[in-house]
Write a protein that binds this ligand. Structure first.
Ligand SMILES: Cc1cc2nc3c(=O)[nH]c(=O)nc-3n(C[C@H](O)[C@H](O)[C@H](O)COP(=O)(O)O)c2cc1C
Length: 214
């Protein structure tokens, strides 16, 4: 198997990136790449991103979550505030999100500070979700151990009956985080491993843009 892995090689040739063509604002650059990837209709879950946090045990941890909104302030995703990631963010709000759109030979990573969004906004989003997803959020004590799948299935069945025809209340421990970005990196694969890496670093209200070595 090791032999095979060593032979996996790909030459990246689909695009290029340089300081003269990127947007001054990295969120606009992100939106441009997002739209291009969306238009290509080649990426199954384009809004899936790896969220990395620093755990209270000293270990970093990454897991996939779904980007649900991009605003001029940053990136919003939804989760359980008492999950492992919620506890990590409470202790260390410095996080990183990254996107890999292989077919486009592109990677984006964003460092930023996470904060809870308002209860009103979380509640509005919660009620826009399918009822089954809303009930799922009530059922799951995300990241806690559970004896068996049956326990979850039974809880779901009970809640389906209890809330039939009624509005499902958003649990107070469920909601969104806004990640306010402080640094971005846009990576475009190039030939001979001389990839393009354009970094944005926040300096006051401005963004400093520089090329990084591949
Ligand atoms: C494609 C995909 C999308 C996911 N989206 C979310 C999400 O938006 N919110 C969430 O809490 N978990 C989401 N998950 C599950 C997380 O990866 C993770 O298992 C869960 O949030 C628990 O993480 P934690 O124990 O580190 O807190 C998603 C997983 C995948 C594979």
């Amino acid at each position: 198997m090791n032999q095979d892995l060593q032979n996996y090689r790909k030459s990246y040739e689909k695009g290029e990136l340089n300081q003269s063509i990127v947007c001054d604002n990295p969120i606009e650059q992100f939106q441009q790449w997002f739209k291009e990837t969306e238009a290509s209709e080649t990426v199954a879950e384009i809004n899936a991103m790896t969220l990395s946090t620093m755990g209270t045990d000293g270990f970093p941890r990454g897991r996939v979550v779904l980007l649900k909104e991009i605003t001029s302030e940053g990136f919003i995703f939804y989760t359980n505030y008492t999950s492992e990631k919620g506890i990590s963010i409470e202790a260390f709000p410095h996080v990183c999100i990254s996107f890999y759109w292989g077919i486009m030979e592109r990677q984006i990573s964003v460092k930023g500070i996470a904060e809870k969004i308002s209860e009103e906004k979380s509640t509005a989003y919660f009620h826009s979700r399918p009822r089954k997803s809303q009930l799922g959020a009530l059922v799951s004590e995300q990241s806690s151990p559970v004896e068996s799948r049956n326990v979850l299935e039974n809880r779901l069945a009970e809640l389906e009956v209890a809330y039939e025809g009624k509005e499902i209340p958003k649990p107070s421990h469920w909601g969104g985080y806004l990640i306010r970005p402080t640094a971005f990196e846009f990576w475009q694969g190039r030939r001979s491993r001389l990839h393009d890496r354009i970094q944005y670093i926040q300096e006051g209200k401005e963004w400093k843009i520089q090329r990084l070595q591949p």
